[in-house]
Design a protein around this ligand. Structure first.
Ligand code: FUB
Length: 332
């Protein structure tokens, strides 16, 4: 991929020419225009100037905020991720990248140094960034606006391997995904090999009550749980097997019982992991995932976020994702 002087020159040029205003006044007031990098996505992967992984998104007003991990470029033999990234769009085509919102070194207790998958949730005007650190636990950072910067809210992990009572491997406590139900109750799901879930208190930085393990027939869980809800049905999507496919199950209650419904997304090309996020935006449903699709450096440890459409059948089940090179069309 084109790194180095040419890329830097192009970035500076685009920054200088940038005359667009941010969609949210509060964000505009805290991030200087010069610190923003604007680009157009022309299909998948949607971000080609950096390696991005483990997508999660939230919607605020007219804007989709995309949070990703950040892989090192090419020829890596393991995950090498030191910070997280944030992007926004109002049309799925024109994107803005903000300054790095959160780094693994922002968590003094995260001795692993690994900035694994995260998920952001808004509540009461604050933004909570739940992150995983490989073997040192799940942390939570907070910010006043979706672009950050985020600050460690606890000074210690929210969850650790000790909370993963059915697991014995060191990387069990990863991949948090949160969900706020229609009754206002916030939930957090996470795990590797074993899937756990719990209620979050209203403060969003403490666990309410018991931690439980999710189990149902046919649940072959690798990692990356994600909950979404449509028409009063709960959908639990998750990575299964390795290399990973994304499978899903449905239930009438968030705690289940869930019914396994099959594979939603196939192996994502040359990436062992797949890590999905699902979000409704401007009347469409989107499936976010990663592959190793940047030539020639992309692969399992140099991944790139992609977005394709998610479609439902009439009975509420999900159609198999069609991963495309073209990506999604702009929406207005
Ligand atoms: O990005 C590091 C790990 O790879 C994530 O935590 C997993 O979900 C997998 O995508």
């Amino acid at each position: 991929m084109a790194h180095g002087a040419d890329e830097n020159l192009m970035r500076k040029f685009i920054k200088t020419l940038s005359i667009l205003t941010l969609s949210m006044a509060s964000v505009a007031s805290v991030v200087a225009q010069d610190d923003l990098y604007r680009f157009k996505s022309n299909g998948n992967p949607i971000i080609k100037h950096k390696f991005t992984a483990d997508p999660a998104a939230i919607i605020k007003n007219d804007t989709l905020w995309l949070y990703t991990g950040h892989d090192y470029e090419g020829n890596q033999t393991n995950y090498k991720m030191k910070d997280w990234l944030v992007f926004s769009t109002t049309d799925m085509e024109n994107w803005t990248e903000y300054p790095v919102p959160l780094k693994i070194t922002d968590f003094a207790w995260a001795k692993s140094g690994d900035a694994f998958a995260g998920h952001v949730q808004e509540r009461n005007g604050k933004y909570y960034y739940y992150i995983s650190t490989n073997w040192t636990g799940i942390g939570v950072a907070v910010a006043d606006n979706p672009a950050g910067p985020f600050k460690d809210a606890l000074g210690k992990p929210l969850l650790t391997n000790e909370d993963c009572f059915a697991s014995t491997h060191s990387w069990a406590c990863i991949d948090p995904a949160t969900f706020i139900d229609d009754d206002g109750q916030a939930w957090i799901f996470w795990g590797n090999r074993e899937c756990y879930y719990a209620k979050l208190n209203d403060d969003m930085i403490s666990i309410d009550g018991e931690i439980k393990q999710m189990k149902f027939d046919g649940f072959s869980f690798t990692e990356a749980p994600w909950i979404h809800k449509k028409d009063n049905k709960y959908y639990l999507t998750y990575a299964t097997e390795f290399p990973e496919k994304i499978a899903y199950a449905m239930a009438d209650n968030i705690e289940g019982p869930y019914e396994y419904k099959g594979i939603l997304n196939e192996i994502a090309g040359n990436s062992n992991t797949n890590h999905q996020g699902i979000i409704a935006y401007k009347g469409e449903w989107y499936f976010l995932y990663h592959n190793g699709g940047i030539n020639t450096d992309g692969g399992s440890y140099s991944r790139s976020v992609c977005i394709d459409k998610l479609h439902y059948n009439e009975d509420g089940t999900l159609k198999r994702i069609v991963m495309t090179t073209e990506g999604v069309e702009a929406v207005h």
